[in-house]
Ligand binder design. Structure first.
Ligand code: NAD
Length: 364
């Protein structure tokens, strides 16, 4: 029986509520597929600021270092919004974890489930056209981290500047991630850049083409970011894997989230070269609904499934969770934010949705 240790960082807002359901789902598949998960919970985010004085306490970081994977909830909320930027939960915990573990590869799947196509702001014929995109975003370099950045000068002559910088090695490793991901999906990579204007994009394109020669069965196309964002609303069904730099991936992954129609459904993974990763819902801590028992647990449960698939190589168990979620959604067992105004009385609670998913896990 394989054994894996998981650092559980539930965080703030709805984090602990949805994490509870994800841990229940993991416990069912671990008995079903005969593996053992040892969880240790650690404080993070606003809760850690209140209880330990900092958003990422040393014992939390040490616990993550000792684990095989990190299952993360969400952090932040109005209570901590007035702290200096460097002390706020997202910067002090999330960004620090990403850079500490060199989690350069960010995977954000976005799918429109047929039974929920009405949630998409896109026209029904477009939304129903098999939309299933995986955004592979470079997460630790590019314009968000490039030096120099700063502000100088005075008055109207004040200049602010950022630096977009990519090395060949950084492009190569994220491109490989995208091609490997595509080989397990629909065999297509769309690389997003701005090679008509940016020098970094020209190097990006050159290296992506080099990497592509190792994957002759994968179709590669290049799109400029402006065209890619237009194509995403005009015909998102054409995409399989979208390979993006940090800045473009930030934009494209949020656009994908929007076209699916629900934040509460979208998981994400951030992984390093050794396969170690942090898995978390794409949305935030939803302070507006925290503590009400109405948060959608699906994104957290699918994040647990991504952990099994991408860091622990437990594919069957991951498939089992994905299928149980699919069945739950198509059976109409939904939290309130997925229902139209005139059907809100049919909304299920976080616990109800968790219970239904658990029952499906045992059946299939
Ligand atoms: P949010 O994603 O928390 O909420 C946006 C909207 O989506 C809200 O109406 C919320 O109720 C809804 N929503 C989100 N997840 C849901 C779920 N599982 N079920 C049902 N509805 C859900 O974004 P926000 O309001 O901009 O941010 C709230 C806080 O979260 C802020 O402090 C922000 O800094 C933080 N944040 C954290 C992360 C993270 O931890 N990775 C990411 C983004 C934002």
């Amino acid at each position: 029986m394989s054994k894996h240790s998981i650092a559980v960082l539930a965080g703030d807002g709805i984090g602990p509520e949805v994490m509870e359901q994800a841990l229940r789902a993991l416990s069912v598949v671990s008995s079903k597929y005969d593996f053992e998960l040892a969880y240790k919970e650690y404080p993070v985010g606003g809760f850690a600021i209140d209880t330990c004085g900092e958003a990422l306490p040393k014992e939390t970081l040490a616990g993550c270092e000792a684990a095989d994977a990190i299952l993360f909830g969400s952090i932040g909320g109005p209570k901590w919004d007035t702290l200096p930027l460097d002390l706020r939960p997202e910067r002090a915990a999330l960004l620090k974890l990403r850079s500490h573990f060199d989690l350069f590869s960010n995977l954000r799947p976005a799918k429109i489930y047929e039974s929920l196509a009405h949630l998409s702001p896109l026209r029904p014929d477009i939304a129903k056209n098999n939309v299933d995109v995986l955004v592979v975003r470079e997460l630790t370099s590019g314009i968000y981290f490039g030096q120099p950045k700063g502000i100088e000068g005075e008055g109207e002559q004040t200049n602010a500047f950022d630096t977009m910088r990519y090395s060949k090695a950084e492009i190569r490793r994220i491109a490989k991630t995208a091609f490997i991901a595509a080989s397990k999906r629909k065999n297509k990579v769309t690389s997003v850049d701005k090679a008509n204007v940016l020098v970094t994009s020209r190097l990006w394109r050159e290296i992506v083409e080099e990497v592509a020669t190792d994957y002759p069965d994968i179709e590669l196309e290049h799109l400029y970011i402006d065209n890619a964002t237009m194509q995403l609303v005009a015909n998102p069904g054409q995409f399989d894997v979208m390979l993006c730099s940090n800045l473009f991936g930030d934009i494209v992954s949020d656009e994908c989230a929007m076209i699916t129609g629900s934040m509460g459904l979208l998981p994400s993974a951030s992984i390093n070269e050794a396969g170690f990763g942090m898995f978390e819902p794409a949305g935030g801590s939803a302070p507006d609904i925290a503590g009400l028992g109405i948060a959608n647990p699906v994104a957290q449960i699918l994040s647990a499934s991504m952990m099994l698939r991408h860091s622990l190589n437990l594919t069957e168990a991951a498939d089992c969770i994905d299928n149980a979620v699919l069945k739950t959604l198509s059976d109409g067992v939904l939290t309130g934010e997925l229902l139209p105004a005139d059907q809100k009385q049919n909304a299920k609670s976080t616990q109800d949705v968790g219970d239904y998913i658990i029952s499906q896990l045992s059946e299939h």
